[in-house]
Design a binder for this molecule. Structure first.
Ligand SMILES: NC(=O)c1ccc[n+]([C@@H]2O[C@H](COP(=O)([O-])OP(=O)(O)OC[C@H]3O[C@@H](n4cnc5c(N)ncnc54)[C@H](O)[C@@H]3O)[C@@H](O)[C@H]2O)c1
Length: 255
């Protein structure tokens, strides 16, 4: 992240947990928190890029810990969070980033595939919050950032189970913000637009896609993972101390 971007003193020394931190927006978010002096733990299913990310962060004299897990397994997710807590102390910032946006034809979705989509796109966010909130309560407060998606707002097709899970992130945000506001725990939802992660570029950035960005976004540039990481930093920091129960769309004005 460039030197010209903001520094948030309230993030220094905090223990942060990021789901799916080994790639894409998650990796940019892990690096951004580490650059703020936070102690960042993250889980991912992909050990090689995750370990590389930790090595890059440590080479800068910053702090990160990778706990490998498939977060469709809630026991494994809890164990990953416990490992981060044991090393860095109570988790007071939780970034529910992980998801998997594979396309699917509505009429072909089986109950098993549906369950798997909900497990990779929604269920873990609920249980990660359940695991972190006692730490936040004991610490006198905390921040949770859930991840939605503009896909269901902009009317994308071929993503019905993913979009159903992503729209639920908004509802989860609203109930947790209400339930744990008295504990000074802020809960918000970031809604990325089309962000140029490696996966998006490899799988879906066609000349037609480029044209669509030009037509649909107000801002005529490709959005990148750091755009979202910076939004997340702000929401997690004390600068956003009065902001909870909100959805913040960071899509360059697509929807
Ligand atoms: N990139 C976009 O255009 C876009 C648009 C809208 C919303 N989003 C949202 O932003 C968030 C991040 O998306 P992204 O584009 O960076 O995704 P990505 O696919 O690039 O990265 C997701 C990360 O999660 C990890 N992961 C996937 N399944 C896992 C599992 N079972 N267990 C543990 N880790 C797992 C992956 O290994 C990867 O490192 C998601 O919530 C997504 O829905 C992204």
């Amino acid at each position: 992240m460039s030197q010209k971007h903001a520094n948030y003193p309230s993030l220094a020394g905090r223990t942060v947990f990021v789901t799916g931190g080994g790639g894409g927006i998650g990796a940019a978010t892990v690096a951004a928190f580490a650059a703020q002096g936070a102690r960042v733990g993250f889980c991912d299913i992909q050990p090689a890029p995750s370990k590389k990310l930790v090595a890059q962060i440590e080479a800068r004299g910053q702090t990160a810990l990778f706990a490998e897990c498939d977060l469709r397994d809630i026991a494994a997710l809890r164990a990953a969070m416990a490992a981060v807590r044991a090393k860095f102390g109570p988790i007071t910032i939780l970034i529910n980033n992980a998801a998997h946006d594979d396309r699917h034809d509505f009429l072909s979705v089986t109950p098993e595939y549906w369950d798997d989509r909900i497990a990779v796109n929604l269920k873990h966010a609920y249980f990660a919050a359940q695991a972190a909130i006692p730490d936040m309560r004991a610490a006198g407060g905390g921040a949770i950032v859930n991840f939605g998606s503009v896909s269901w707002m902009s009317g994308s097709a071929d993503l019905s189970a993913y979009a159903t899970a992503k729209s639920a992130a908004h509802g989860l945000t609203r109930v947790l913000a209400r339930e744990f506001g008295p504990d000074n725990i802020r809960v918000n939802c970031v809604v990325p637009g089309w962000i140029m992660t490696e996966r998006q570029i490899e799988k879906w950035l066609t000349p037609e896609g480029e044209k669509l960005i030009d037509e649909r976004q107000c801002l005529k540039r490709k959005l990148v993972p750091d755009d979202i990481a910076r939004t997340v930093l702000f929401l997690a920091s004390d600068e956003a101390g009065a902001i909870t129960n909100q959805t913040l769309i960071a899509d360059g004005g697509w929807v």
